[in-house]
Design a protein around this ligand. Sequence first.
Ligand code: MG
Ligand code: ZN
Length: 442
Amino acid sequence: MKNISIGLLLLCGLLTTACATTPQNTVTNTQSSHVPKNIIFLIGDGMGVEHTTAYRYYTDDLTTEAVETTIFDQLLVGMASTYPDDDTVVTDSAASATALSSGVKSYNGAIGVDAHKEPLATVLEKAKQLGKQTAIVVTSQINHATPAAFIAHNESRQNYDQIADNYLSNLINDKPIVDLMFGGGTKYFIRDDRNLVKEFEDYGYQYTDDLQQLDNITALPALGLFAPVGLPFAIDSAQPHRLEPMAQKALSLLSQHNDNGFFMMIEGSQIDWCSHANDVACAMGELDDFAATIKAARDFAQQQGDTLVVVTADHSTGGLSIGGYGQYLWKRDLVHQIHASIETLSKEMIKTNDVVATWNKYIDFALTTEEKQKLLNASKQKDKMLRDALVEVISHRTITGWTSRGHTAGDVQIFAYGVGAEKFAGHLDNTDIAKAIFSFLK
Ligand code: MG
Ligand code: ZN
C-alpha cells in the first residue's frame, strides 16, 4: 500500500492533469479505476517536437510578456522512438502506425502485418472483440496508411483498393469492425468495379458526403466521406477546423449508447503532407485544427471521468527548424500573413499566369523585386519548379528551415490525460504505446 501511494504521489507530481480527474479512491481500488472505459488515441502524422514548438510561438499572444502554453505543453508526458523493423532508422507512416496499432515493429509500407507479412492483432480489433464501439476520424482518405494499420492487413500501403475492400471483409461477429469512419476517400470506396459505400449501407451504416451536413447522421454505424482523396488543407478551407467538428460529432454519436465504452483513433493526417511540401503556414493550419481536436477530446474526458486521451506522432516530417540560414530569428508574424498553401498558390499562379496578383491575393506582405523575378522565372518552367521557388521565398522570408522532403527519425512526444495516463510517462518505444493500450483491453 505504501509503495502504491508513493508511486501515485510521484506520478501526480508528473501528471497533475491526469491525477486531477482520477477518482479519490484510487489507492484502495487500483485495478478497475485505472482501466479507462473509453480510449481516444490521437496521432499527429509527421508532428515532431519542432512542429509543436513552432505552434507555441505561432499561437503566442504577443501583447503579453509570457509565451502562453499550448494543449501540447499541458498534456506532455513522455517521448517515443519510432524506428522500423530494420536498420534504416527512419520510419514511414505505415510501419509506425502498425507499431502503434499492434505493438509490433514492421517494415516501411506494412499495413497491420509483421515482417513476414502475417496479420497482427490491433487495438481496434481487440476493442471490438470486447464489445466496444470503434471509430476512426481522419483528414486523409480513410484507407490511408495510418487509419488502415488499425483496421486492415495488407503487405503494402499502396494497395488502396484492396485496403478499402478489407474494411468490409475484416469482420467481427459478421459485421465490419469500425462503427464510425469520417474522412476522405470516395475515389476508393465508390469505384467502377465496386460500390463499398452501398455495401456499408446494406450493413445499416448511415452515409453522408457533406461535411456541412454532419447532423444528418443520427446514429451509429456511420460513414462520412468528404472528399475524393484527402480533405483540402485547413489553410485552403473556408472552415479551417474540419477534424475538430468531425471528432465532436463522433464523440456525441459514441456517447448515445455507450455501455461498453469505445476506442477511437483520430489522426491529424496532413501535418505530414504540409511538411513534405515544406510549407510552414500549411503545417501551422493543420496543427491548429489538431490542437483544437485534442482540446475537445480532453474536455470530453474531463466531463466523463472514465476516459483516456493519449496523443503521439508517428514520426517527424521535413526536418523543420524554427529559424535557419544563420539567423537568430523566426518570423511567426509573417507566417500568419500567408492564407493559402503553396500547392494552391502554385496552381493558381500557373492558371492565371499572374504570379504577383496571386501572391497579393493570398499573402499580406509584398514580394521583393528579387523574389518576384525568382517566381516569374520558375513559373515559366514546370509546376514543380514554381513550388520549389515558393518554398524558397517563403522559408527565407519567415526564416523557417527544412532539411528534407521526407521523414526524419527524431523521437516524438507523447501526451496523455485521464484514466491510465500514467502508463505513458517517460521514454517509450512506439510499440510500448500499443502495449499500454492493449493492457486496458482485457
Ligand atoms: Mg497518416
Ligand atoms: Zn509522410
